[in-house]
Design a protein around this ligand. Sequence first.
Ligand code: ADP
Ligand code: GLC
Length: 468
Amino acid sequence: MEIVHLSAECYPIAKVGGLGDVVGALPKYQNKLGHVAKVVMPAYQTKFMQENEFEVVYDGWAKLGFHNFAVKIFREKTNKLGFDLFLVHIEGLFDRELVYGYHDDTERFLAYQIAVLDWISQWEHRPDVIHCHDHHTGLVPFMAAYCEQFRRLSQIPTVLTIHNAQYQGQFGWDKLHYIPAFDLWKTGQLDWRGSINPLATAIKCAWRVTTVSPSYLDEISFKANGLEDLLAQERSKSFGILNGIDNEVWNPQTDPMLEKNFTTRIVDAGKKANKAALCAVFNLDPEKPLFTFIGRLVGEKGADLLPEIFYNALITYSNQINILVLGSGDSQVEGRLTQLKDAFPGNYNAYIGYNEKLSHQIYAGADFLLMPSRVEPCGLNQMYALRYGTIPIVRRIGGLKDTVVDIGDGGFGVCHDQTSAWDVGHAIGRAYDLYTDAKHVKEIRKFIMQLDHSWDRAAQQYIDIYQV
Ligand code: ADP
Ligand code: GLC
């Protein structure tokens, strides 16, 4: 099959969170299964753009309302990522560094979607599937089906993967003229509660809808930032497919970012060396259990509770534990997490910002990784932690529920039910007790490093649903 993935993020070109990791890996594994999977994404001005070679495969114009934009589509020349990568350059809209966060994001992603459909409709053949990821590509199923200018594409199956239903990309009806002329009888497909809602539109118009874990599919019929009824209604065409991880990138045996590579055979020595290096940089004591958090500092991740959780833990286990945070997001949370450094020097530290290399070093060097998420459609951090022998402490929700089994149930992680300081504090206590049993910890580490979360399974599941 020929599959075209459309996404705002793709690792290593541009990554803000797990969406980038997924789109950087899934196509590679679909190609390994003998299919032809491609990625078409915006050409932000990232390091990847400057350091790689490209050829121009399309040179044209895109029309957004009354504006015409020059469009160039570049293909990465070497295919080194394991899939064909196409980057859509739109003058004035994507020649910037960041992926999101601009006042004209609506215009940027609409222009990108229109440019992509313009280009694909000029191909001599038609792809078998257009696979859209999240709301930034959510108007594609509608436009492909109902816009006059994309009539050639109307019979191509479209699939929407919801990575996070909290973000929907709504905009006002005053921008309706941005969408190329379409069958006006279909206007209702664009509407959700008074706005044009790209995610809702994709849920209505895509041939198939998937979520990134089975539990999240169950949860969104009850909690999906206003889309519950719609998701419940479209349930019969929806599937929950648990994300995988890219075992080639996330492999403690070969990861070039680590202080020391390791396998299950030398798990203790490997983790010890990585922990020592990390503790030296962050002024922590390598003899004490190291608890960590990596992620976006937003409410969904429970980040607002972290300062209280860490304060309580550092008081309760005075001087007996280490905590290290890597994250960025809400400025108040950033500020409070930074303040704690002065209160607990030698036991607590935080790196506020984004640092890919450091994230690998923390997965490898930590003892425990906290994920007290309020919403977690899948979560990749816990799977990276498992692969690097770090025990996850997670809330039983979404993909966390599908990937982590509590030690009390014969499993390998520490689970809790609520995103509350009390519940997480209790979980930290259980983890602390577990840490005193070195033999059990070693057994768990060996076990979790061997759990198979590779993309092979999920890549095939997607192929299957493209065909049902
Ligand atoms: P989400 O996509 O909701 O942020 P995921 O668990 O799916 O959550 O994926 C998060 C990804 O982003 C992981 O690869 C994680 O290591 C990475 N990440 C998050 N915050 C940072 C950070 N500050 N520095 C480096 N990597 C980060
Ligand atoms: C989203 C979700 C996260 C998921 C990721 C990749 O960002 O918040 O839970 O792992 O997408 O699918």
